[in-house]
Design a binder for this molecule. Structure first.
Ligand code: SAH
Length: 390
């Protein structure tokens, strides 16, 4: 296994090329520039990755696309459907990299449960209010394993195997669209699967550009949420590159350095104060809020004093807090608190004026909780020391 990012080197993989990259490539092939749009649309609008099916292109061009490497970068190796309609795809990429993506339908009944995934408050446009189709939120992965080492997280304990290229990230969206059921529409995308999206920022940013491109999937950036362990430089770049339009979720999980460093090794490099400054500087559009994720772990970060400190820490920031009772993982003895502790923590924050939700597990009968499926049967490795390049 290597630790390198596939696709980091230019030129981009064909599935990660924007129309302007296609134009440059087509020029080298002696083809007309208007073909760029055609190829890009086949891939990102139709979800067609086999050049043979691109019938409006000449045969010689289709053959050159094949020899250039255009084709599906991964395959679905398993699909599980939970009783609540959640579908979990296990996708295998080159070199045995297996990641998961999860489709989560948001029926009116479950809308409240899934509020943690998206921040749609005050955002609905008229046409959307009339939309009768079931909105589906898709959760995608950005790395196989993860270098951040969070002690309560299966991917963190597995360690980073390799980052995914932008083509592999966008491919998860193209694939997932094929698994939508009649009456469903892909509405939101959360980068909350395996991996740290801001660790390989360039790949994540390229994936966002592809997914939001008007000639492709054309998802609006505000329907995308990037969840991060809290890398301040990455948060700053994301804010600058997309003018704050991409939603931000931050895995805070503790209100002070002492507690946070115990469960998130990255906190030693980027302590809470640095993270908070990055959040304050994020160019949040009006009516949007940053999502603060807080995984509750029994005896570690779940006391009323922690809740009070959290309330103090977040004062003045436009946030909503999502509490996640920890899902038990094989690699750790840590556990979720009992329900009454979770409820008290939530009430403390609510009493201090925060909007605060407890995340109910969706699709748990198919192991849709945090990294469980892709890592099933994988040996638990000792996590590497400090990751580099962050
Ligand atoms: N690297 C990103 C995405 C990680 S997964 C980040 O840190 O945000 C998305 C969320 O699930 C994170 O908040 C993560 O801390 C949380 N998580 C991971 N393992 C968990 C577990 N076993 N129980 C509860 N939440 C977990």
């Amino acid at each position: 296994m290597t630790n390198t990012v596939v696709g980091d080197e230019k030129p981009w993989h064909p599935v990660a090329r924007l129309p302007e990259d296609w134009q440059a490539w087509l020029k080298t092939q002696g083809e007309a520039p208007f073909r760029a749009s055609q190829v890009f649309r086949w891939i990102h609008r139709q979800g067609e990755l086999s050049p043979a099916a691109m019938t409006n292109l000449g045969l010689p061009l289709r053959e050159r696309l094949v020899s250039d490497g255009l084709g599906p970068p991964g395959v679905v190796v398993d699909v599980k459907r939970a009783q609540d309609g959640t579908r979990k795809l296990l996708v295998e990429f080159a070199h045995g990299a297996r990641v998961e993506c999860v489709l989560i339908p948001m029926t009116p009944k479950t809308a409240e449960d899934t509020d943690y995934l998206v921040d749609s408050e005050g955002e609905l446009e008229e046409e959307e209010q009339e939309e009768s189709r079931t909105k589906v939120t898709l959760c995608i992965s950005t790395q196989y394993g993860c270098a951040m080492g969070c002690v309560f997280c299966a991917s963190g304990q597995f360690g980073l195997q390799r980052g995914l290229g932008a083509h592999e990230v966008v491919f998860q969206v193209l694939l997932a669209k094929r698994y939508l059921e009649p009456g469903e529409v892909l509405s939101n995308l959360v980068f909350m699967g395996m991996g740290e999206p801001l660790h390989h920022y360039d790949q994540t940013a390229r994936a966002v550009r592809l997914i939001t491109h008007p000639e492709g999937l054309a998802m609006s950036a505000r329907r995308l949420t990037v969840s991060t362990v809290g890398l301040p430089n990455g948060i700053q770049k994301l804010g600058e590159d997309f003018a704050g339009k991409v939603g931000l979720a931050v895995s805070l999980h503790a209100p002070d350095d002492e507690t946070r460093s115990r469960i998130i090794p990255m906190n030693q490099r980027y302590p809470v104060a640095k993270l908070l400054s990055a959040l304050r500087a994020y160019p949040l559009p009006r009516r949007r809020r940053i999502t603060i994720e807080y995984t509750l772990i029994a005896g570690i970060n779940d006391s009323p004093a922690h809740a009070e400190r959290l309330a103090d820490l977040l004062r003045g920031l436009r946030v909503k807090v999502n509490l996640i009772p920890m899902n038990p993982i094989e690699a750790s003895e840590l556990q979720a608190p009992v329900d009454s502790v979770v409820a008290r923590f939530r009430e403390t924050l609510a009493d201090r004026g925060y909007s605060c939700f407890v995340r109910t597990t969706r699709g748990d009968d198919v192991l849709a909780a945090c990294g469980q499926l892709a890592l099933q049967g994988e040996p638990v490795r000792l996590r590497r020391g400090k990751s580099d390049g962050v």
